[in-house]
Design a protein around this ligand. Structure first.
Ligand code: MIG
Length: 847
């Protein structure tokens, strides 16, 4: 395994841990044997490699014998070897279930946020012919072929999206397979966290969350899986969400071109099919599995981390450096060494003799502090969390009732059963003490859950027993949702403990729907150029899997970046949602000042730009909470008709109007950039380019190629050293002339409380830019679309870029024009307005 290095392991692992790691397989095997009924399968310790059975060993559905439709529009088809049920949930969403036993008990899913009963009735019709049954909704047609029973999926125009090859097959032991074909030339996105290129066609992946202990491009699986795919071609998109949490394998034309082969080791075949554009499909998928909540605004600032900052004097020293050097930063992270021998919810009092004093000092300097929490609870009768867990019967057990033991950082541990609502509540409450100490937010690590054994990727035995909301389940079913449920317990606890503030949880593991509880980072990457490149495709695919707020360990986790790599990475991450530097224990220093004054100045430039762009970024985050649209977007997602964007993953869109085309190679000082339809301004020079062409731009080390969509109005704040440092009394707007009508949005609220659910507590503005022909006139109108939040800047400084000639007349409706200026060398105009509410400014040009 490329990610495994004995040296790295020896760096952090004590001899005691090695002994535990050696004993673990033996001890586990004997416990598994003891609690497995005699004659059933032999105990095995799993490590995330899918055991694919030959195709001939599956039994497929056979011919259709009958079908019926109930008054809710549900269609049940009976075939020789099982039944299919089609349930229309929306015009563009149909649930398909297949059961060999024909028993359609109500589905149970941790992923789905909007279950069957919550969708309003949908119009649908059924068409029956000799060969097939067709269920039509307004946007989707599901065809069930009768001889033999296979599915096809078409859009409303009758274009074939998916067409079964063998269809769905089962084995007596519960394994299942689905083989369906997709359109030639289609691209495929999603699947959660995948260390590969953006477009998944031609590759095979697993759904089984593991700790790879470091990874390289191509290593699979990783920490977070999401069995959702968008298959798109020529502007049409199909969404496929397979709601099954067992260990699965997804082959996207790797074995047979254009054939999607899905396999899983257990559970039901339950798939949600969607059709539309990539945007409508993602909107529907995130309606089904939920959307992120608005995070506190400070979390969009910069985070500095390493494994680990200690003692407390070192933490404060780091904080002071940021302020002295005027490097904006909002958060310092504390990794495992803050704890007393890795006991969660405790402090190492020697390293942190005055926790409250340290945290008060951080707060006084405008910092927030985030601390790591792992799921493993040290087996130690002297440890209160352990004792409480035992008293409450909170830990995962073998089927015979004995508690499961697994080795992690603290040594042998028990693990909370987060599928038990009472355990989630208990766990959520454990944060009280750390909140009282002054910590602001939390980071859930190792929640795959990871074990420290000599074999990386080892996960717990399949037979462990879980509560699963009282219905009972095994590790085989729960494994993939465990991390998400830990994040859920943390999120719900923080919300309960501090109802006046928005919770913020960072999680390593997750599953479809994790965005409802936490944000994610792509964990143990390396300080290499290829990992810088990977951070883009990974974040883009996570966004296309419903998880919009993610980012890499900037600078790389293992190893040390060159100054050049660090500078380039800080530039890229300034435009990724989660902006954090983090690095491995014993790796070289990775603070922005650790690479010399030139790199420090570059870091400052991009940190400042990030902070200036906060109102724009916050608006993009708000959009994600409303529609599920990613914060950073693949070009293929926004321009699905443009086939040249389908595999483009070295450039991306940041919010609605910025296009980022970073340098991803050592020594490079220029690059080619593909500009999609429309017109684009170079952010730095103001030069205007036509879209649908590739241009070459210069990019010395301090320049990240950045473009603005013509017609955009981009909001800026002044530079702050941290969110809330200044009272913002002036909003800067940069308006980029373009002929025709263009819309931009701005979302505002207090950035802290969950009050934004009520209209007095937020405000959504729409800027409408209307450009006359040939750069001769421009009007910009601000309309307050929603809400009446009033703590907003009164003053506006408006910059206008791209108008030709000298202004001959300027009119302002509603508001006061305080000053105006024209820079003849750049043609830029600037206006100072007093206009806290709606206004309209019209600018006419002379010769
Ligand atoms: O096995 O807490 O991905 O960010 O620094 C390593 C120590 C455990 C893995 C996380 C990494 C963190 C580290 N953790």
């Amino acid at each position: 395994m490329a990610g495994f290095s004995l040296r790295k392991l020896l760096d952090v692992i004590t001899p005691r841990m090695i002994v535990r790691g050696l004993i673990y397989p033996l001890r586990t095997a004997s416990r598994v044997r003891r609690s497995t009924p005699r004659g059933t399968s032999s105990p095995k310790v799993k490590s995330g490699t899918y055991p694919a059975a030959p195709l001939e060993t599956f039994s497929f559905l056979g011919n259709v014998t009958q079908f019926e439709r109930d008054e809710d529009g549900r269609v049940t088809v009976t075939a020789e070897n099982g039944k299919i049920r089609l349930t229309p949930l929306a015009d563009d969403l149909v649930q398909v279930r297949v059961r060999p036993d024909g028993m359609f008990v109500p589905p149970f899913s941790y992923a789905v946020a909007k279950p069957e009963g919550d969708w309003p009735p949908v119009e649908s019709k059924l068409v029956d012919t000799d060969d097939q049954i067709e269920l039509h909704t307004r946007m989707l047609r599901i065809v069930v072929h009768k001889h033999p029973c296979r599915l096809s999926v078409l859009d409303q125009a009758g274009r074939l999206l998916l067409s079964d090859v063998e269809g769905v097959g089962h084995q007596a032991d519960g394994q299942l397979i689905w083989r369906t074909s997709f359109r030639e030339g289609a691209a495929c996105y999603g699947l959660g966290e995948k260390a590969s290129a953006l477009n998944h066609v031609g590759r095979r992946f697993e759904m089984w969350n593991v700790d790879p202990s470091g990874y390289e491009r191509g290593d699979d699986p990783l920490y977070m899986s999401v069995p959702f795919l968008v298959v798109q071609t020529g502007g049409i998109a199909a969404g496929i969400f397979i709601d099954n949490s067992y260990h699965a394998q997804v082959d996207i034309g790797a074995t047979t071109p254009h054939v999607l082969e899905y396999r899983t080791l257990g559970g039901e075949f339950r798939v949600y099919l969607m059709a539309g554009t990539p945007q409508t499909v993602l909107e529907r998928f995130t309606e089904l599995t939920g959307r992120m909540n608005l995070p506190p605004l400070w979390t969009l600032g910069f985070h500095q981390s390493r494994w680990s900052y200690y003692p407390q004097s070192r933490v404060l020293e780091i904080a002071r450096e940021f302020r002295q050097r005027h490097l904006p930063c909002d958060a310092i992270h504390l990794d495992i060494d803050y704890m007393d021998d890795c006991r969660c919810f405790t402090w190492d009092k020697r390293r942190f003799p005055d926790v409250q004093g340290m945290l008060a000092e951080l707060h006084a300097q405008g910092f927030k502090a985030m601390a790591i929490i792992d799921p493993g609870i040290k087996i130690d009768p002297g440890y209160w969390v352990f004792r409480e867990g035992i008293q409450r019967d909170a830990f995962i057990c073998y089927p015979d009732g004995s508690r499961y033991v697994g080795p992690v950082w603290p040594g042998d541990c028990h693990f909370p059963d987060f599928t038990n609502p009472a355990v989630r509540e208990w766990w959520g409450g454990l944060y009280q003490g750390l909140l009282d100490d002054g910590l602001d937010a939390f980071w859930n690590d190792m929640n795959e859950f990871a074990l420290i054994t000599l074999k990386p990727r080892t996960t717990a035995p399949d037979i462990l027993h879980y509560d699963a909301e009282g219905r009972g389940a095994t590790e085989a079913e729960i494994h993939n949702v465990y991390g998400m449920l830990m994040a859920r317990a943390s999120f719900e606890g923080l919300r309960r403990l501090r109802p006046d503030r928005r919770p913020f949880v960072l999680t390593r593991s997750g599953w479809a729907g994790v965005q409802r509880y936490a944000v994610h980072w792509t964990a143990d990457n390396k300080s290499t150029w290829d990992h810088l490149r990977l951070s883009i495709s990974m974040v883009l695919n996570l966004g296309l899997s419903g998880i919009p707020f993610t980012g890499p360990d900037t600078g790389g986790f293992t190893g040390g970046p060159t100054p050049e790599l660090f500078a380039r990475w800080m530039q890229v991450s300034a435009f990724l949602p989660f902006y954090r530097v983090h690095s491995m224990i014993k790796s070289p220093d990775q603070e922005p000042w650790a690479f010399g004054p030139e790199v420090e100045a570059i870091c400052r430039k991009y940190l400042e730009l990030r902070y200036r762009l906060l109102p724009y970024l916050y608006t993009a985050v708000w959009q994600a909470t409303r529609t599920g649209i990613p914060i950073v977007r693949a070009l293929s997602f926004m321009y699905p008709d443009d086939l040249s964007t389908y595999s483009l993953d070295d450039q991306f869109l940041f919010g609605d109007s910025l296009l980022v085309a970073p340098i991803l190679e050592a020594g490079a000082e220029k690059r080619e950039v593909y500009l999609p339809a429309g017109e684009w301004y170079d952010f730095w020079t103001g030069q205007l380019y036509k879209g649908q062409q590739t241009v070459t731009v210069e990019a010395p080390l301090d320049v990240l190629p950045l473009f603005v969509r013509a017609g955009a109005v981009i909001p800026f704040w002044p530079v702050q050293q941290y969110v809330g440092e200044k009272q913002i009394d002036q909003l800067e707007l940069y308006a980029y002339y373009s002929a025709g009508e263009h819309t931009s949005l701005l979302y505002e609220d207090d950035g802290v409380t969950p009050d934004y659910v009520s209209p007095e507590a937020y405000r959504l503005s729409r800027f409408c830019l209307r450009g006359g022909e040939e750069g001769q006139s421009l009007s910009i109108e601000r309309v307050i679309e929603q809400g009446s939040y009033a703590e907003v800047p009164e003053q506006i400084r408006l910059h206008v870029i791209g108008l030709k000639g000298i202004p001959s007349r300027t009119d302002l409706e509603a508001g006061e024009l305080l000053a105006q200026a024209h820079d003849p060398s750049t043609g830029r105009l600037a206006y100072d307005l007093k206009a806290p509410e709606a206004f309209r400014i019209t600018i006419l040009q002379g010769r």
